[in-house]
Design a protein around this ligand. Structure first.
Ligand code: PEP
Ligand code: MN
Length: 344
């Protein structure tokens, strides 16, 4: 349920409304827009009647949100969410987040080589996995804390925020010490304990769509993070399972405008995991931006043949640079901004 306040509602009246919500056994979330303040009432709506809330001083109207997600919905917040990611990088509201880097962190020198190249090409967020969700337990599982240190040191020395995957609620504190953004991978999109845990941190969360998840499922998972108090959730379309094995997954481009209609949260596109094919990544990156994506997430490796994970889908640095030129033209055409990181 959403309570829309009158334009002249005082702080005292707002306090009273929040107290009342609390007394009724619900939690509240205040969102101060340019013109109006709205209060989200969080809890099982079935158990709440509108009447007592409508009568409170300062309340203009009470809207019942029919969608199962509330804080993530456009009803709750009409304007696009815009988040600062650090180092002068913003996402949302026309700002594109350009994430690039290898699938996994494999060592200082190789990450440094890739990071320098992607930064020069135009990436404004550096990625790299230290804990890898591998299909086989015998595959490389990631460098762990040593990898996190390497990622942070290189990213920050180049003036770039860094993003890395966290797979387990027990890793959140450790990863939090090094990363600027948490990535929740497709396989963990519905790991609700993990979502609750990152929801209690103050770092932005890049939430990837599960390979068999609907857009509603994705927004429900975002709701877990939001309802824990963390407002900075960035959604990511990375393809869903399909019958056609000629691409790794099926990139659901329509999910981008679909999600934007339903939610104020930014959504980016990941053509690397969606297609698994370097030859398809450029066209799908441009299509993603054209579809309204707030950023593009691409795996880049300078020696894909030596990569410990996802080598075959990596773009070479020069291919990424060429693509960045095209993405900049597309962004310009659509009136979008790509910030250069490190300028803050
Ligand atoms: C990744 O980003 O390297 C990754 C494992 O992605 P996803 O969770 O989308 O498969
Ligand atoms: Mn990968």
């Amino acid at each position: 349920m959403i309570i829309v306040l009158k334009e002249n509602t005082s702080e005292k009246e707002l306090e009273h409304i929040l107290e009342k919500i609390n007394e009724l056994g619900f939690r509240s979330d205040v969102s101060r827009g340019e013109k109006r303040t709205v209060v989200g009432v969080i809890g099982d709506e079935e158990k709440l009647r509108e009447e007592p809330l409508k009568a409170l001083p300062g309340v203009e109207k009470v809207i019942s949100v029919l969608k199962p997600y509330k804080l993530a919905s456009r009803e709750f917040q009409r304007e696009d969410s815009v988040f600062d990611l650090g180092y002068g990088v913003k996402v949302g509201g026309g700002n594109l987040m350009m994430i690039a880097g290898p699938c996994a962190i494999e060592g200082y020198d190789i990450l440094h080589e890739i990071a320098v190249a992607v930064k020069k090409a135009g990436a404004n967020v550096l990625r790299g996995g230290a804990f890898k969700p591998r299909t086989s337990p015998y595959s490389f599982q990631g460098m762990g804390e040593e990898g996190l240190k390497i990622l942070r040191d290189i990213g920050h020395s180049l003036g770039m925020p860094v993003v890395t995957e966290v797979m387990d609620p027990r890793q959140v504190d450790l990863v939090n010490r090094y990363t600027d953004l948490f990535q929740i991978g497709a396989r963990n999109m519905q790991n609700f304990n993990l979502l609750n845990e990152v929801g209690q941190t103050s770092k932005p969360v890049l939430l990837k769509r599960g390979m068999s998840a609907t857009v509603t499922d994705l927004l429900m998972s975002a709701e877990y993070v939001l309802s824990n108090g963390n407002k900075r959730v960035i959604l990511c379309e990375r393809g869903v399972r399909s019958f056609d094995s000629s691409t790794r997954n099926l990139l659901d481009l329509a999910a981008i405008p679909n999600s934007k209609g339903l939610s104020h949260l930014p959504i980016i596109v990941d053509p690397s995991h969606a297609t698994g094919r370097p030859d398809l990544i450029p066209s799908m990156s441009l299509a993603g931006i054209a579809a309204g994506a707030d950023g593009v997430h691409i795996e880049v490796h300078s020696h894909p043949e030596l990569a410990k994970s996802d080598g075959p889908q990596a773009l070479l640095p020069h291919q990424y640079e060429e693509l960045c030129g095209k993405m900049r033209s597309m962004a310009e055409l659509l009136g979008k901004t790509i910030q250069v990181s490190g300028k803050a």
